[in-house]
Design a binder for this molecule. Structure first.
Ligand code: DGP
Length: 146
């Protein structure tokens, strides 16, 4: 637990949140500044800042919970879909890993506001970018984070 982390305090029951779900590794609660009603945050109970340092052996359980929560939010809110998002460092206002679970429906007004699009100048630029990331994957596979 990080003593100055608001999400650690929520996980420990020291700060209030509208809790939705809890198991051994995670909890989910309503975002206090929702984009839409039902906007939910799923967090690991243990303090990790970003997905990049999240341990491999917790991924199955955590993402199973993400699947359950996404189905539940969609069903409960009567939405047509779900948007899942993780801010890592940039645009991350709370430095404790959290996955946004947002109910989405056609015409809800969210389209396009999140990200500007940028076109590759040509196929060569796209291929170079893909190769750069592929090479980096190979390097990182030999340098696990946990
Ligand atoms: P992000 O910007 O991706 O780091 O999202 C953080 C979200 O957390 C933001 O939508 C507002 C929400 N939030 C911040 N502090 C609290 C809190 O104390 N309680 C609850 N329920 N949500 C919080």
């Amino acid at each position: 637990m990080s003593s100055d982390c608001i999400f650690c305090k929520i996980a420990a029951g020291e700060e209030h949140a509208c809790r939705i779900f809890e198991d051994d590794i995670s909890i989910a609660f309503l975002d206090m500044r929702p984009v839409f009603y039902g906007h939910t945050l799923l967090i690991p109970k243990r303090h990790f800042t970003t997905i990049m340092e999240f341990p491999d052996d917790m991924i199955y359980g955590f993402f199973s919970n993400l699947k359950l929560l996404s189905r539940a939010v969609e069903d409960a809110m009567g939405s047509q879909g779900i948007f899942n998002a993780i801010n890592n460092r940039i645009s991350q206002s709370v430095p404790h890993l959290h996955i946004h679970i947002l109910p989405r429906s056609k015409g809800d007004g969210m389209r396009h506001f999140l990200w500007p699009r940028k076109q590759y100048e040509n196929m060569d630029e796209a291929m170079k970018t893909a190769e750069n990331i592929s090479r980096t994957i190979e390097r990182l596979k030999n340098a696990p984070t946990d």
